[in-house]
Design a protein around this ligand. Structure first.
Ligand code: GDD
Ligand code: MN
Length: 365
């Protein structure tokens, strides 16, 4: 049997030699044919030279991803694309994940198990080394956040075996950051079996898990929630963006008056930065799974959608307070109803005509 091991690396020159030799020992003991693909992101720390040198005597390959910004998950996907074998193991290169446990993971793959997940938190799993309170809490909170997506003890693990033939197509995947395993589980709907592992302290080098990565994780989670729950998540996102837009609107409105503009002019002007803010936030968040569109054109469409939304909002208010019994005596209720109706109109137009699903074929318009 054979296995392709894919290890994402960023400045792991201190570790790749030990990694390769420990994998070799483990694979020889288990009589497995193997290759190691180092999925690098342009480390420039001597890793490449070292890997080429190792490649003379061992089946070690070095792949450098060119796209920026660097990204662990995307590197892993590129590595998977290059693998010679269908049975894959993904693991960190810093020796946190013991190569000796690769055979255990592979043994757990089967007809009813598309992924074997190395788990720190299932019975028998453990963490070696001094994990501070913060890191432990952080890990627990992150797992808790994934509960609605994956019922695993350790869904964040970066140590797993998968059968490539059962993975979703690359264009169905959109991971960002460290949690490539979670991405595959959720989007692939993979049946997972957890295998207890020992998680060691990294050997050399330093961790790349920065606050930036924590933010990337939240973004990744958002995408996965949207994938799993669809419309409600998109609506919620649109609503939250709208609320932040209201803050922009109010701030500009007050600011302009503070520098001497009249309130009507201030009201008219503050609409535009708010619309621009909303357009941009929905572009990078709510609808970031939609195909890219030219900014100016999309902005114009969004501004139109917002204008229609605003008109619907005020129009509903006027209609409700004039003609609909329960609202006639309760204008505040009509105001909220108007906001809801106007936002719905805005959302409807945005989802259909502003952030369009795919580009229409030439001649469609
Ligand atoms: N190609 C590439 N690009 N590799 C990267 C990048 C990147 O931008 N950032 C980090 N890596 C590589 C590192 O070189 C290492 O081999 C591996 O990815 C994990 O990075 P670490 O910096 O060691 O992360 P960690 O130990 O904090 O996180 C690990 O444990 C977490 C659970 O505590 C990862 O396995 C996470 O996926 C896991 O959730
Ligand atoms: Mn690590």
């Amino acid at each position: 049997m054979s296995v392709s091991v894919v290890a994402p690396t960023y400045q792991e020159a201190d570790n790749i030699q030990t990694l390769a030799t420990r994998i070799r020992a483990a694979m020889e003991a288990a009589q497995l044919d193997w290759e190691l693909i180092l999925a690098d992101d342009g480390s420039r720390d001597g890793s490449e030279e070292l890997a080429l040198e190792l490649g003379r005597s061992l089946p070690v390959r070095f792949h450098v991803r060119r796209a920026r910004p660097r990204d662990l998950s995307q590197s892993v996907l590129e590595g998977i694309g290059l693998a010679r074998f269908d049975r894959l193991v993904v693991m960190d290169a810093d020796l946190s994940h013991p190569p000796e446990q690769i055979p255990d993971l592979l043994a757990a793959l089967g007809d009813d198990t598309a992924m074997a997940l190395g788990s720190r938190y299932s019975p028998g799993g453990r963490i070696d080394g001094p994990w501070g309170r913060y890191r432990t809490l952080n890990s627990r909170v992150a797992i808790w956040l994934t509960r609605p997506l994956a019922r695993c003890a350790d869904p964040m693990s970066g140590f797993f075996a998968v059968d490539r033939r059962r993975l979703p197509a690359p264009d169905e995947l959109a991971p960002v950051g460290f949690k490539i395993g979670l991405e595959l589980i959720v989007r692939g709907g993979l049946r997972v079996r957890e295998v207890p592992i020992r998680f060691d302290e990294r050997h050399g080098g330093t961790s790349k898990l920065t606050w930036r990565q924590q933010l990337a994780f939240l973004r990744h989670l958002f995408r996965l929630y949207r994938f799993r729950f669809g419309l409600p998540v998109r609506l919620l996102s649109f609503g939250v963006v709208g609320a932040t837009g209201l803050i922009v609107d109010t701030a500009v409105y007050l600011g302009l008056q503070a520098v001497g503009l009249g309130h009507l002019l201030a009201r008219f002007l503050s609409f535009w930065p708010a619309v621009t803010w909303n357009w941009r936030m929905n572009r990078v968040l709510t609808f970031d799974d939609r195909p890219p569109a030219r900014a100016v054109r999309q902005w114009t469409r969004f501004a139109l959608a917002s204008t229609v939304g605003m008109a619907t909002n005020v129009g509903s208010y006027a209609a409700l307070t004039s003609f609909v019994e329960p609202f006639m005596a309760r204008p505040l209720l009509a105001l909220f109803a108007g906001v809801a109706i106007g936002s719905a109109a805005n959302f409807g137009i945005a989802t259909r005509f502003v952030y369009r699903r795919r580009r229409p074929a030439p001649g469609d318009e």
